[in-house]
Design a binder for this molecule. Sequence first.
Ligand code: ADP
Length: 371
Amino acid sequence: MHKKLGVLGGGQLGLMMISPCIDLGVEVYFLDPNPECSVQPFTSKLTVGDFNDYETVLAFGRTVDVITVEIEHVNVEALEQLEKEGKEVNPSSKLLRIIQDKGLQKQFYVDAGIVSPAFKLIESVKEITEFPIVQKMRTGGYDGQGVQILRSESDLNKAFDVPSVLEALVDLEMEIGIMVARNAKGDVQVFPPVSMDFDPELNLVKYVVSPAAIAEELSNKCIQLAQSVAEKFELVGIMAVELFITKKGEVLVNECAPRVHNSGHLTIEGTSISQFEMHIRAVLGLPLPEVHLLDPSVMVNLVGEPKHTGIAQLTNIDEVLAEPGIFLHWYGKTQTRPGRKMAHVTVVRSTIEEAKQVADEVLEKLQVISD
Ligand code: ADP
């Protein structure tokens, strides 16, 4: 592969792109502000610099042929300039600009005829008069931060006083994730839908489950929707399409992330090609093979334990790794903090129930603590 690939971001998502780059013979370069980011121990091609800085992104982009991202919050003006200079930027600066602002993203869905929860845009907290409502900061939110439900007027004191999307609160039956890949020729491949299953006690997403336990008809509907979203965005690369299934059985698009994604990690072991290889192929214009399911799988995130800050270590690692069908992916971060995503584990079994049970045992045994 003669093209040089540049990735904005060198965290765990970038780290997991290295393996398919090795297999496909792709020369891959990274830009990340953190000199100790996840990719650092595994590459000599890390530039330490801010992917939000115009000059830094421009200079980095000029040294490669194709630019991609592992995070959507990057300097789009520099990417626009690189496109003008003839560089391939996949996904495009235009798509990233829409995704970076939840307000523009919601408006895009309306214009493209994609069904998403009803919304309005506000500038400040004074405009919040109806309850219950979901408030989402237009920019700057991350991993559920910057999103909150305001149940009544008494919640107004915790409302964000910034430009936001106010969204109708949806009666959720299920949350589905679908990875969809598209290359510049317009070839599209969709991965099997996964579900984000909640912990009934904590009411937090705990497992990513493949395949999602939904009827074939609903699954096909989700797949067609993901394909049409990728086409309407003119995506080149991979995208996570997050869907809501309502109690009435409607399918709504919640949001999209035009990059490899946590909900696609179990494709490494659970499907015939991983999201990471599919992404690399899509951005470089290589063929995209059809995806099929291998075995039921369940993915859980390993996050830093409460009260542990410092050099990270994992408990009971020998015991867990002795069992077959348990796949640890350590993200190469030396320092742990409470709640920091440090690794994930995918459990492959013959049934989802069994995989979930083993995943629970893994979560009990494998804990990220500090020295
Ligand atoms: P982020 O971009 O930070 O991941 P999301 O928009 O995906 O934020 O919202 C985080 C979570 O909040 C969703 O996974 C879902 O559980 C809940 N949520 C978001 N929007 C709604 C909504 N309109 N109705 C009900 N729940 C919602």
